[in-house]
Design a protein around this ligand. Structure first.
Ligand code: ADE
Length: 224
């Protein structure tokens, strides 16, 4: 998979992609992540990429020209399955969205900043508008990093077997069950007996029951 991210604050995306599983996935060739500085695409001699919103009230808006030039340059080189815009007024990002996006080959992610981006870019290029929740961030970069993380960990080869994405919370509309590791007893705090039984079938039943109870208590909406 190839992911191209267009942002006016590329530094914000340095560390999320350069450590741990995301770094390893890139090193292994599972995913190629390219961060593009929007300022490299403007013809403005001061490299400005924003301007005042039309009408009264405060707020800067990312202008059409650099965004058009950045997206068009990428699209002239390959086909893209999606142009995703990170915005609080978009569709809520969920595990199912990550599953769907993980099947794409090439995607572009646009990060807004300030008041957002000129609507004409949304009208003419954007195929998916995505929000990570009902709150407003200073820009789309942190939201984009979260979306990329959730997608990349699903790609074949991104994670080793023991961190399999199939058993994550939400994959079957249940939260994940509790997990334990050695030692079996610490300060008198014991691991449930069933997990030490060696009976895989019993353990699977226990896990499912725990997942169900946890979901019922914490997120009953998922069971509906
Ligand atoms: N940009 C600013 N706030 C956002 C949010 N909640 N989700 C996605 N992008 C955003």
């Amino acid at each position: 998979m190839r992911i191209d991210i267009i942002t006016c604050v590329p530094d914000l995306l340095d560390s999320p992609f350069n450590v741990s599983i995301l770094k390893r996935a890139q090193d292994k060739g599972v995913v190629e992540i390219n961060v593009h500085n929007l300022r490299d695409f403007t013809l403005d001699k001061h490299r400005r990429v924003d301007d005042y919103a039309y009408g009264p009230g405060a707020g800067m808006v990312l202008t059409v020209e650099p965004l058009d030039r950045a997206i068009s340059a990428l699209k002239s080189e390959r086909d893209y399955d999606a142009v995703i815009f990170m915005t609080p007024d978009g569709e809520r990002f969920e595990q199912k969205t990550a599953n769907r996006f993980s099947l794409f080959k090439n995607i572009i992610i646009l990060c807004g900043h300030y008041k957002g981006i000129d609507q004409r870019i949304r009208d003419h290029f954007v195929t998916h508008e995505i929000s990570i929740g009902d709150f407003v961030l200073t820009g789309g970069e942190l939201a984009a990093s979260l979306v990329v993380d959730a997608i990349v960990r699903l790609l074949p080869g991104a994670m080793s077997d023991e961190t399999s994405a199939l058993t994550d919370s939400f994959q079957d509309d249940l939260l994940a069950p509790p997990v334990y590791t050695r030692p079996a007893e610490y300060k008198g705090w014991k691991v449930p007996d069933v997990l030490l039984s060696g009976n895989d079938k019993l353990i699977e039943e226990w896990r499912h029951e725990q997942a169900y109870q946890r979901t019922k208590e914490r997120r009953p909406d998922l069971l509906q």
